[in-house]
Write a protein that binds this ligand. Sequence first.
Ligand code: PRT
Ligand code: MG
Length: 238
Amino acid sequence: MGSAALHPSYENRLPYAKILFYKVSPAVITIALSKGRIFDETLPLLNAAGIRPSEDPERSRKLIIGTNQREVRVIILRATDVPTYVQYGAADLGVAGKDVLDEQGGQGLYQPLDLNIARCRMMVAVRNGFDYQRAVRQGARLKVATKYVQTAREHFAAKGVHVDLIKLYGSMELAPLVGLADAIVDLVSTGGTLKANNLVAVEEIAPISSRLIVNPASLKLKRKAMQPILDAFFEAVA
Ligand code: PRT
Ligand code: MG
């Protein structure tokens, strides 16, 4: 003759048990990634840490993707927004291009590891036939179109070249073709895009790859949960 009701002595203990469970429940780890090459090239590193995202961001419209580990989730952002989420602690760690980190300053972030993925080069490019070196020698004032205004400003200032910078948000390759700019500052990997648009690279500003970025407070507060992930990344990259 059993009863579904709990014995009174258990009932009294339930709230206490809940609090205890809450206290020992593992921390949720949020990893910020952008879709495309960074997600694709980070996937093997996640796998090395035993983390398998349950969906492909290229197919799913979900911005929060669960993984095979209940305490680990991935959020999908624009590449330029990844440092912001990690900096404010909305994500505990993430992967961001050095181009993005240099441009934004990377304040408030640990950058413990060069992942050596999504490699390319930050370059100055001009229209085929434009004599860049001569323009520089003659001290000409150059119009430069770019998404990377800060990076370009520092580069040309260090060279002592006067530039008017024009901020664009994409398709920089078009600017010299329609007379908006003399030169662009953009990322080049295969060189195919420059070639297809009759442009040539004339100067390398910096080699670029993606970095692991970590929120310093998360690392302190969630060290136990984060350390194995960081260790696996270090080992996979070494
Ligand atoms: O595309 P979206 O506007 O959403 O953002 P995004 O371009 O910032 O992001 P995404 O996902 O395209 O790039 C993320 C990161 O990948 C960048 O921040 C870089 O660190 C890295 N990466 C590596 C590149 C490239 N290679 C690259 N080739 N990012 C962009 N490109 C572009 C380049 O801007 C140019 O338009 O590809 C074109 C040139 O490629 P090639 O192969 O023709 O030379
Ligand atoms: Mg892109």
